[in-house]
Design a protein around this ligand. Structure first.
Ligand code: 4AD
Ligand code: MG
Length: 480
């Protein structure tokens, strides 16, 4: 008999019809009550065993962490905490788990720190917290596709191995098949990549944007959703070396359209989570509440997790120019009292996460879209404004997260783009194909990138980006 998923069993009516269910034992109390979980939901199903009817040797193997299959019938629960339970008629042990060994792992039923869970990342999805986070991650991925597919976008797969640096920031991981002990050399002693697998230097992509632009110029509205890689040595709770990015690109959209799209999209996926992941969100909300109890009153959040999510959906994002933001920051208390690590002294300063969070959490108290940044601190492909100093860039800033989206209207004018690349030292030969787009039917177009893990961080209320991706890759760590 095929196993039924616990999520559907829990919604079923009691019945004499025999059922089979498989899962991992979370607890076995009084030799009588098995709490079984199969990952389909955060909820366990209670399986009631009449121990006199079972071999003692068999019941001994029903231990925390073991995989079992039970047969029985769904009955109205006698106890509290659940409407129905399974009256067990048969137990099969599928995979044993030695209690002595389980005791040494995070599967043992006591509180473990998130750091400890990270060290055993291959087991952590069996905990309530990570089960909830990873189910949400999956649902949010689906919502991303649903949003774009419903709105006339085509999903395109941008390459993972590329020959270009989309952000021009030089933070790339090289991909090479050369023998590291004996690579072919040029006359000047540098490595001769023309003899490498791809016949040139190549690397893992930092962004699918440039290729997405080429497809927007033919399909109109496209998006990518794939892994991206950055060799930046940022050991923070917001940075990963491998993360997933969602990048829509739209022909004929200007910067204002781009902001509208970003806001509408973010609200859609958050609403999807609220509507479809209630049990997991309820659990994560309580987890956060417990965690916040250890903080001083002043640092605790005024809103619960779901209130925060609803707040984002129900309120307009504040749109503020970089120039206005600098004025606000200059006049701000932490700047005057020298509380910022990086003091804002003049126009042109790059904003750090402390400034972004001040604007969002203290000043505006809502998500903020900053736009029209100084050209000097932004990437080469952004549309230059008429003032000659600023570009049509936009960053969406979120409470507790800082930057969640970075995007822009793209420079569509051939000469201006060529000049900009020259000024910023970006070799034209490498991006001739990108410049070509400006020669053959160029047009206004815009797009953005949303860091998927930062979205999952926000929605789950987790504090560290390493805890919202199955196997985090960070400086010094590529375990598993
Ligand atoms: O602002 P970024 O660097 O923009 C781009 O890559 C553009 N090419 C996107 C585009 O216009 N199509 O990155 C976009 C977003 C950031 O706002 C952030 O959410 C996320 O990607 N991000 C990271 N997330 C986790 N770890 C990192 N190291 C990240 N770097 C950027
Ligand atoms: Mg950015």
């Amino acid at each position: 008999m095929q196993s039924k998923e616990i999520i559907s069993l829990l919604q079923s009516e009691p019945s004499m019809h025999p059922i089979t269910v498989s899962g991992w034992v979370r607890a076995f109390r009084s030799n009588r009550f098995i709490a079984l979980n199969d990952g389909s939901t955060i909820k366990n199903i209670q399986c009631v065993v009449d121990f006199e009817k079972f071999e003692e040797d068999l019941l001994k193997k029903v231990t925390v962490g073991s995989a079992i299959q039970v047969e029985g019938t769904l009955v109205e629960s006698q106890g509290q905490g659940q409407a129905i339970e399974i009256q067990v008629s048969k137990i099969d042990i599928l995979g044993e788990a030695d209690p002595e060994e389980v005791k040494l792992t995070i599967l043992s039923p006591k509180r473990h720190t998130l750091e400890k869970l990270r060290e055993q990342a291959h087991l952590r999805v069996r905990t309530n917290t990570f089960g909830a986070v990873m189910r949400l991650r999956s649902k949010l991925s689906f919502a991303v596709h649903e949003y774009f597919q419903k709105n006339g976008f085509y999903y395109m797969h941008t390459p993972i191995v590329t020959g270009s640096d989309a952000e021009g920031a030089g933070e790339m991981f090289r991909v090479s098949a050369l023998d590291p002990k004996n690579p072919p050399l040029n006359e000047d002693g540098t490595i001769d990549y023309s003899q490498d697998f791809f016949g040139k230097e190549s690397n893992l992509t930092v962004s699918g944007q440039l290729e997405a632009e080429t497809y927007a110029m033919g399909l109109g509205k496209v998006y990518t959703f794939g892994p991206t890689f950055r060799a930046e040595n940022s050991n923070t709770s917001r940075h990963l070396a491998e993360f997933w990015m969602i990048e829509p690109e739209v022909a004929f959209n200007d910067l204002a359209d781009n902001m509208d799209l970003a806001e509408d999209f973010i609200k859609y996926v958050i609403k999807y989570a609220l509507d479809n992941c209630q049990d997991d969100l309820e659990f994560l909300e309580n987890r956060l509440l417990q965690e916040e109890k250890s903080k001083p009153q002043t640092e605790r959040s005024e809103m619960s997790l779901r209130e925060k999510l609803s707040f984002v959906i129900d309120n307009n994002f504040m749109r503020v120019s970089y120039t206005e933001a600098i004025e606000i920051l200059k006049r701000s208390k932490p700047n005057k009292k020298k509380k910022f690590k990086y003091l804002i002294e003049e126009w042109g300063a790059d904003l750090q996460s402390e400034h972004e969070r001040f604007l969002v959490e203290k000043h505006f108290k809502c998500p903020v879209i900053l736009f029209d940044y100084p050209a000097k601190i932004k990437a080469f492909y952004m549309r230059l404004n008429e003032d000659g100093n600023t570009v049509r860039a936009m960053d969406v800033l979120f409470p507790g997260i800082g930057e969640i989206v970075g995007g822009s209207q793209r420079e569509e004018r051939y000469d201006v783009l060529k000049q900009k690349m020259e000024d910023m030292g970006i070799p034209e030969e490498e991006l001739s194909w990108y410049l070509d787009l400006r020669k053959f039917g160029t047009c206004v177009h815009s797009g953005f990138g949303l860091g998927f893990e930062r979205l999952v961080l926000f929605v789950t209320g987790m504090g560290n980006i390493r805890d919202v991706i199955p196997y985090p890759r960070t400086p010094g760590n590529a375990e598993f």
